[in-house]
Write a protein that binds this ligand. Structure first.
Ligand code: B3K
Ligand code: ZN
Length: 873
């Protein structure tokens, strides 16, 4: 166990910076092991702050420090591996520093590092302090000029902003000078140098300004950036049309790199992407990849306003940029791909990741009040729940006021670093509403439980709704308050048709009930017959809803709720109840048969979109089911879910076959929503057929794999073969490997398919794969493809009763922590839920967490998550 327990940083302790930097000139003399960074900063004291200068600086070899041209003697400054401190400075001065760093040795992948022989940077949240001495906090905004010098072999020299100058230097070197006219915090700084190909395009903004668009990729890969370029142009246009937001530099660049700790980064004018979220063509990328690329390209572009032009005062305000930008990218994707299908996918992701987080030891509010390592707070709560909060805000004040509030936010805060309070104040000001109560959504952790009881009075033609809210305690928040929860409600009649009603004398088909207290009562009048209540339509709030509705009502909703989200939800609720009943030894065979029939009818609906039908065919996931079972028994859940899949496969055998055959692709591949929807349905049909024990399915899956004309179908075939197992699976696996061994992004998929395989031998296979020559532990994509996929998406094998799955994960966490703490910390989460599992499993999970905590030299990142998981904070 470490003895120097890291200290928490608290929101309540926020103090404005003592020094501000208006201008900076940086000069990089790039060499893989000995890069020199010279910085010339125009520094001034902020108001009457009296503290001495204390700038961050880590892993920097200091060469010199000078003030106003005078080099400081050793006793005039201290450098301790964390800070540069200068006790005595004037109020305004020029600070010049020179440091040496070793990008090649940097396997943590933050600050300046090398990926595939190129220099690149990642500075959010606290990487800039590994590049030069600086007040590394988001509320210091500066104008950057950057000069890069390097060997000509590093062909492209890129940084933020506009290119001012470039040319040759003696000794086979060259240089480029970049200037970014917009003041920015240092976390948005970026630099890239190396051999790259470029895909170029142009766009004219809404005011007629031309912008050059460039995407830089590995040599030979430019055609694979075409989809990202298309998505970028659509995003730029969408932000103009939807929010009136225009791009502001002459140039917008994206660079793809293979070694990256997460998805992508919104550096001003120079986004850096994990290549897995940028490169795509039909042969190597699945529809899911195309969809993710579209949304991440949009997300990073949208940050130009929500994050870059208006930034965060401190890292506690992270949701100010992330929740808002996720909301914006989700709205964009909904417009591109269909609102209902997008909403279902977003809610699935929210439940899988954020609800699980909220239910465990790592639960935290959308705006936390303390942290040890901010890297650990790039969570589903900040991002996805943060987006849900914005969505509710829009529902509560209406779309027009929402847009006016956004306009006011940019008007007030452009060029500044601000807070969530100030953001919400804009919406209160434009709407005239008191949003004080709403703010609790930012400060209270946990998923509210909402219980709806409806009582129909036939004589009075009235429906009484009684809605109760309650939030269970979370770590550090034992008592919970009331939240304003918007619940969108509609009524159907017994035949599934919309039933009109009146609320407060106003005729309506749908209404939003806002819960303002622990218990809310609403009476709807003019209700002609006993209604089927469709509540929380469109998932109007991030809550768990239970109601006194009968299974009969859910079948009516599944057959015809005009709100497609609730139509899908009704099917999921029915399936969840059936699987959980079977998992606890109370199988309802009649109910299962009835469910299979209903799904069959829904599939037959000619009007329904294939993408939507594909979602209907997919049963709630095992992790999702585990959240609803206390204590969770992953083996029983797996078995019960497979039993229902088998019943569906048998009952719908002809229909599935027909779908599989009828949806075969004839024309040219298109990555658009329509094409993707057809492929999704065809592959969902195959996935279900794989649960049918008859042998011809193996042949069918194999020919599906062999005939695949795109990666979506190839992976669909391979995944189905994994479920069936046997020789065909083995030969498809080796065929796939041989075919794609030179394509790292495709080989990641090969690892992931095997990690998901629920076969009994899967754990042994996964262990074996860590010794495969293609397994690269230092590449986060490869590591996640095998290790995270196994731990998060193969619950039945991860929770092996021997504890070997847990041991494997703990070993990987410890090994990774030695060189990349950020990525190691991201692997901890699957062990964090130990209290929710059967005691014999929970005990083994806890023992692995304890083993990690007892290991010497643990990083702050892993220490924080493991100790919180054990409840020792
Ligand atoms: N802002 C980055 C995430 C940075 C993560 C740092 N640990 C990507 C994004 O959300 O757009
Ligand atoms: Zn973001």
């Amino acid at each position: 166990m470490r003895t120097d327990t890291p200290q928490a940083i608290r929101l309540a302790d926020y103090r404005p910076p003592a020094f501000l930097i208006d201008e900076v000139h940086l000069t990089f003399d790039l060499k893989p092991n000995t890069t020199r960074v010279r910085a010339k900063l125009q520094v001034r004291r902020n108001g009457d702050h009296a503290e001495p200068l204390k700038f961050n600086g880590e892993r920097l070899k200091a060469i010199s420090v000078a003030i106003d041209g005078r080099v400081l003697a050793d006793d005039e400054r201290t450098i301790d591996g964390e800070f540069l401190t200068i006790p005595d400075t004037p109020d305004a001065f020029t600070l010049e520093t020179e440091v040496e760093i070793d990008p090649e040795a940097n396997k943590a992948l933050d600050g300046l590092y090398m990926s595939a022989g190129r220099f690149c940077t990642q500075c959010e949240a606290e990487g800039f302090r590994k590049i030069t001495f600086w007040p590394d906090r988001p509320d210091v905004l500066s104008r950057f000029t950057v000069r890069i010098e390097a060997d000509k072999a590093f062909h492209r020299l890129l940084a933020n902003g506009n290119l001012m100058q470039s040319g040759p230097l003696p000794n086979g070197r060259h240089f480029a000078v970049w200037n970014d006219p917009f003041p920015k915090p240092c976390y948005l700084f970026a630099l890239v140098a190396g051999e790259l190909d470029v895909l170029e395009d142009k766009l004219v903004t809404m005011t007629g300004r031309p912008v050059d668009l460039r995407i830089y990729v590995d040599p030979g890969m430019a055609p694979r950036a075409a989809y990202a370029m298309d998505a970028l142009k659509r995003s730029m246009k969408w932000d103009e049309d939807t929010f009136g937001l225009e791009y502001d530099l002459d140039l917008f660049m994206i660079v793809a790199v293979r070694d990256f700790n997460f998805g992508a980064m919104e550096n001003k004018g120079l986004n850096i992407f994990n290549s897995s979220l940028l490169l795509a063509d039909p042969a190597t990328a699945t529809d899911m990849d195309f969809e993710r690329i579209e949304s991440v390209v949009a997300h990073e572009y949208f940050h130009n306003w929500t994050g870059d032009r208006v930034t965060c005062r401190d890292w506690f305000q992270l949701c100010l940029k992330e929740g808002l930008t996720v909301f914006r990218d989700q709205s964009f994707s909904a417009d591109q791909r269909g609102h209902a299908v997008q909403r279902i996918k977003d809610v699935k992701a929210l439940r899988a990741r954020q609800f699980a987080e909220d239910q465990g030891p790592l639960a935290h509010p959308v705006r936390p009040s303390s942290y040890m390592k901010i890297d650990n707070f790039y969570t589903a709560t900040i991002y996805e729940k943060g987006a849900e909060v914005i969505r509710m805000l829009k529902t509560l004040i209406g779309p027009e006021a929402f847009r006016r509030g956004m306009d006011l936010y940019f008007e007030r805060w452009d060029g500044h670093a601000t807070t969530v309070e100030e953001f919400i104040r804009c919406f209160a000001d434009v709407s005239g509403q008191d949003l004080t109560a709403f703010f609790a959504w930012y400060e209270q952790a946990g998923t509210p439980q909402v219980t709806l009881k409806s009582t129909y009075d036939a004589e009075r033609r009235e429906l009484e709704l009684e809605i109760v809210q309650e939030t269970a305690p979370t770590p550090g928040q034992p008592t919970k308050g009331v939240l304003p929860i918007p619940v969108t409600i509609g009524l159907l009649d017994g035949d599934g048709r919309t039933q009109a009603f009146e609320r407060d004398g106003q005729a309506a088909d749908e209404t939003v009930v806002v819960l303002e207290g622990p218990r809310t009562k609403v009476t709807l009048t003019g209700v002609d017959e006993r209604p089927v209540v469709s509540a929380l339509r469109g998932f109007s709030a991030p809550v768990k809803l239970t109601s006194n509705a009968e299974a009969r009502d859910r079948y009516i909703l599944l057959a015809g709720d005009p709100d497609l989200f609730n139509r899908w939800e009704a099917g999921q609720e029915l399936a969840r109840a059936l699987i959980l009943a079977r998992a606890t030894g109370m199988a309802d065979e009649v109910g299962e048969e009835r469910y299979a029939e209903a799904v069959g009818r829904a599939l037959g609906d000619q009007a329904a979109d294939p993408a939507f039908k594909a979602l209907l065919l997919i049963l709630p996931s095992e992790p999702d089911l585990a959240l609803a079972m206390a204590p969770a028994d992953p083996a029983a859940i797996h078995e019960a879910r497979e039993a229902l899949r088998k019943r569906l496969a048998l009952h719908l055998a002809d229909e599935l076959k027909r779908l599989h055959l009828g949806l075969q692709e004839m024309g040219e591949f298109s990555p658009d929503a329509a094409g993707a929807g057809r492929r999704a349905l065809r592959n969902a049909a195959l996935d279900l057929m794989a649960a049918n024990p008859r042998s011809e399915v193996g042949e069918l899956a194999f020919s599906h794999y062999e005939a695949a004309a795109n990666m979506t179908d190839a992976i669909g075939g391979l995944a189905a073969l994994a479920l069936i197992g046997g020789q065909r699976y083995e030969s498809a696996l080796s065929d796939f490997y041989e075919r794609w061994k030179d394509e790292p992004l495709v080989i990641d998929k090969w690892f992931a398919v095997q990690a998901r395989d629920p076969d009994e031998g899967a754990l042994g296979r996964v262990l074996g794969l860590t010794a495969h020559p293609a397994f690269e532990a230092k590449n986060p994509n490869r590591l996640r493809a095998l290790v995270s996929t196994f731990a998060s998406f193969n619950p039945v094998r991860f929770h092996d009763p021997s504890g070997a799955g847990y041991r494997f994960l703990a070993d990987q966490i410890l090994a990774t922590d030695g060189f990349n703490p950020m990525t190691a910390a991201r692997l901890v989460e699957p062990l964090g839920g130990w209290r929710r599992y059967k005691p014999e499993l929970g005990k083994l999970m806890k023992a692995e967490l304890e083993r990690i905590l007892a290991s010497p030299g643990l990083s702050k990142n892993v220490f924080e998550l493991v100790s919180r998981s054990l409840g020792e904070d």
